[in-house]
Design a protein around this ligand. Structure first.
Ligand SMILES: Nc1nc2c(c(=O)[nH]1)N[C@H]1C(S)=C(S)[C@@H](COP(=O)(O)OP(=O)(O)OC[C@H]3O[C@@H](n4cnc5c(=O)[nH]c(N)nc54)[C@H](O)[C@@H]3O)O[C@H]1N2
Ligand SMILES: Nc1nc2c(c(=O)[nH]1)N[C@H]1C(S)=C(S)[C@@H](COP(=O)(O)OP(=O)(O)OC[C@H]3O[C@@H](n4cnc5c(=O)[nH]c(N)nc54)[C@H](O)[C@@H]3O)O[C@H]1N2
Ligand SMILES: [Mo]
Length: 758
């Protein structure tokens, strides 16, 4: 109970690293990577893109915008990370030629892995794969529009879209307006696979769907709880804030089954001298729960807060509802159940509660380790319950902060690309359309795959992304997409989906300009609810035949809808789209004049510094969170004999250091000591007690398939858990689904790791 709160446990219990792994995240190699790329023959092109006034392509915490390519929302300089270099380096590649696609058949292209697909270069001309043909061939724009128009005239329920958060707010708004104008609500989006549980959880509790915290607010925090996020890989700019909070005497509690070295110590290029030589301490306390058990851990923290008398009853009484039931649950759940479920000791839980309860302003941040769980929404509830118990929501410097994914994924949701449309947006759209929107429940990403698998989808447009490889159970995804008559992919670069996610009749791939190349201005929304303006640009792809997303969507919509409900072709000047957005989307009024003012802005009514919330009562609604039952199956349940030399693990599937989602940039992950993609990171004791050696080649089997020749790597992962990389691992499992949000449990995949000769 009297755990020392000073750096109780900056290194977690399961911290094995090998000689090859660096002793901090980031560090000198980041600078080396920068130098290598910015001084290379591609350097001038890269610098031009880096300095372009637009938001970074990579994550929702990117730098850029009108204050210059290296500034964050508050104008602080030097905030670019090497992830933007990685993303840009891949966008400034030369074009893939027509001859390439004439030469190689689909069967041959299907042999390429993710990295090889991306390395082909930029898509540079529109192409089609017709049923029965073996090769993609060029297609004219006129024929594309004819095929697309016919395809979009199918029964609305049989027409769907999928999108990924790299495109602009303007493209997103047009996409959903076009879809809703044909009466289809089938607006699947990558956020269904990502932060949908955060959206559901936050809206039930607070009546808002996004972070309650601004960047300015975060800077005032004296404690950050970071659960299920590896921001040292995926949101490096957030690391700068964590470093500053630690430097100011604040505390960081990391909750992650893996010891991510960058969350222990990180060398950031924003603090060159320090970062290059010593790195900065990140975690004050590092907890390693069993994958999928965070709700139990947070209930434990709540119990400890009660026991240590660190709850804020006045706050609970004044600003929350149902708090008694939540406190009662924490009181009545016994310690043994809590610690057995989450695998974290009572001592560690008390230490976490003590830090949280004694801090003045706590921000609770989380990412995929929390959301991609069967009980993802409960995870959000339990985190927010903990925040509310300590009065840490609706206050300067405190609150709930989902660490969002793609650089504009949040903008897509705001623009109405969602199957759970906000009432205000629905009403505004109905006014615009002059009629009611269809009330048919649209398909989210997983239900889109299920519907396609059942032959219920004829037409699909994919605005970016990689629907095939992002989904679990690749066999199912391929089969499902194969039932769709027409698939239209808008993309910047070839990916696995273009070669495996093939339609029944016509698969069309349309090369689009990226954010830095559009002939018009666009906007995006960051994870901190800040709207950024991207300037016009130009592409290095000369004598090619690319199109902007906005131009394609408006032309298609004009052919389908004429001038209903807007003059679509006029919208090719994106200023008019922004005016529509200003009228339709709550909090976005300022976008209507951004062309004149150039003023980037925080969306109105999103940041909460007072404990008054847009719920019916104005209070935060608390929910009791049942503890998850986390039993792993027996080996025999995978169809293997009991005698097999192996062990069943809770497999976490996620990102390596050098990849952006389904796109792999580099094969190895040096910070985790994984030399290539076909590795499994395991706990040494688990492996050895099952008779498996380090570097041994094993098979890994899930409920939908098996991977062979997987190399066992011993690493800093807790007992009972293991880690592998997506998209490759997606062939082996069909996961449980969080039913309230449709999100797959990618972070707790039951799998058996076993010796080939057993
Ligand atoms: N460079 C780069 N940046 C990116 C991306 C990228 O691929 N590359 N992707 C973007 C997107 S779309 C997203 S959604 C984000 C993803 O960003 P993250 O969510 O940080 O990425 P992941 O690798 O999916 O997993 C995050 C962490 O969850 C931990 N984890 C797994 N299971 C559990 C659990 O049960 N409990 C807890 N507490 N932790 C767990 C894993 O060990 C891992 O460290 O990044 C965005 N930014
Ligand atoms: N096992 C497992 N599976 C997962 C996850 C996991 O953690 N584990 N994470 C899930 C998550 S969080 C997400 S968000 C999804 C990601 O799913 P998606 O968003 O569907 O996939 P990405 O790999 O980000 O898409 C990459 C492609 O987008 C295209 N692209 C890039 N920029 C642009 C642009 O400006 N415009 C257009 N039109 N196209 C562009 C390029 O062609 C590129 O090949 O994957 C999910 N799948
Ligand atoms: Mo994501």
């Amino acid at each position: 109970m009297d755990a020392n709160t000073e750096n109780v446990q900056p290194l977690p219990p399961f911290n094995e690293t090998n000689e090859a792994t660096p002793n901090m995240g980031g560090g000198l190699s980041v600078i080396e990577y920068w130098a290598e790329h910015t001084l290379s023959p591609e350097g001038p092109k890269l610098w031009k893109s880096l300095l372009h006034k637009s938001a970074c392509l990579s994550c929702s915490w990117g730098a850029g915008g009108q204050k210059g390519g290296f500034s964050n929302e508050t104008g602080e300089p030097l905030q670019r990370c090497m992830k933007s270099v990685e993303a840009i380096a891949s966008e400034i590649q030369p074009p893939v030629s027509q001859q390439f696609f004439e030469k190689y058949s689909i069967a041959e292209l299907q042999q390429l892995n993710s990295m090889e697909c991306d390395r082909l270069g930029r898509l540079s001309f529109p192409m089609i794969l017709r049923a029965g043909n073996t090769h993609y061939e060029p297609i004219s724009w006129e024929e594309i529009y004819q095929i697309a128009e016919t395809a979009f005239r199918k029964t609305p329920d049989r027409v769907a879209s999928y999108s990924s958060g790299r495109s602009s707010n303007e493209a997103a708004f047009l996409l959903q307006l076009m879809m809703r104008a044909i009466d289809s609500n089938n607006l699947a989006d990558c956020s269904d696979l990502c932060h949908a549980p955060s959206t559901v959880g936050l809206s039930k509790m607070f009546g808002t769907r996004t972070s309650l915290v601004s960047l300015d607010n975060l800077k005032q925090a004296d404690c950050v709880v970071l659960a299920g996020s590896n921001c040292s890989y995926n949101h490096p700019r957030l690391m700068n804030e964590l470093i500053k909070i630690r430097d100011n005497g604040g505390k960081i509690i990391v909750i992650n089954p893996v010891m991510e070295i960058g969350l222990v110590k990180f060398g950031s290029p924003a603090f060159p001298v320090k970062s290059l030589f010593t790195g900065s301490d990140i975690a004050s306390l590092y907890l390693q729960p069993i994958p999928g058990s965070d709700t139990a851990l947070f209930v434990g923290i709540q119990k400890s807060l009660i026991e240590q008398e660190l709850t804020d009853t006045n706050y609970l009484q004044a600003y929350t509802e149902n708090w008694e039931a939540v406190l009662q649950q924490a009181r009545e759940t016994d310690w043994q159940t809590i610690t057995e479920t989450c695998g974290v000791s009572e001592r560690e839980i008390h230490a976490a509660a003590k830090i949280i309860g004694n801090s003045q302003r706590v921000v609770f941040a989380w990412a995929m380790g929390i959301t991609q769980q069967k009980n993802g929404v409960d995870n959000i509830f339990s985190i927010a319950n903990t925040a509310l118990m300590t009065g840490n929501a609706g206050k300067e410097g405190a609150g709930l902060m989902p660490v969002r994914g793609h650089s504009n994924v949040q903008g897509f949701g705001s623009m109405g690309v969602t199957v759970n449309l906000k009432k205000e947006v629905q009403q505004a759209l109905e006014k615009l359309l002059g009629r009611s929107l269809s009330r048919v429940q649209g398909y989210d990403t997983r239900s889109l795959i299920a519907a396609a698998d059942a032959g219920k989808v004829d037409t699909l447009i994919c605005v970016g992304g990689n629907l095939y490889a992002a989904n679990p159970d690749a066999t199912e995804a391929k089969r499902a997409l194969g039932n769709i008559e027409t698939i239209i992919y808008l993309a910047t670069k070839p990916n696995l989906g273009h070669f495996h996610g093939l339609a029944k009749h016509n698969t069309i791939v349309i090369p689009v300009l990226n954010r830095l190349e559009n002939p018009h201005k666009t906007t995006v929304e960051s994870g901190n609810n800040f709207v950024r303006l991207n300037d016009e640009g130009e592409t290095h792809l000369k004598n090619c035949d690319l199109i902007s997303e906005v131009e394609f969507l408006t032309e298609l919509a004009a052919r389908i809808h004429g001038t209903y409900p807007v003059d679509w072709r006029q919208m090719q000047d994106t200023k008019y789209v922004r005016q529509l957005i200003a009228q339709t989307i709550p909090g976005y009024a300022k976008i209507g004049t951004i062309d004149e003012t150039k003023e980037e802005f925080t969306i109105a009514n999103r940041i909460f510094t007072e404990p008054k919330f847009p719920t019916e009562s104005g209070k935060a609604q608390m929910f009791v969170t049942p503890l998850p039952a986390l039993k792993l199956p027996e080996i025999t349940e995978f169809g293997l004999p009991e005698s097999v030399r192996g062990t069943v693990v809770a497999l976490m599937t996620g990102r390596s250091y050098s990849q952006h989602n389904t796109v792999v940039y580099k094969a190895n992950d040096k910070y985790r000591g994984m030399p290539h993609r076909n590795c499994i990171l395991m706990n040494r004791a688990d492996a050895e007690s099952a008779g498996l050696q380090e570097h041994q080649r094993v098979k890994v089997r899930g409920n939908a398939g098996e991977m062979e020749n997987v190399e066992v790597i011993f690493g800093a992962v807790r007992a009972g858990a293991a880690l592998m990389f997506y998209p490759e691992v997606n062939v082996i499992f069909n996961p449980g689904i969080e039913v309230r949000s449709g999100t797959p449990a990618y972070k707790r995949v039951p799998a058996v790791v076993y010796a080939v000769d057993s």
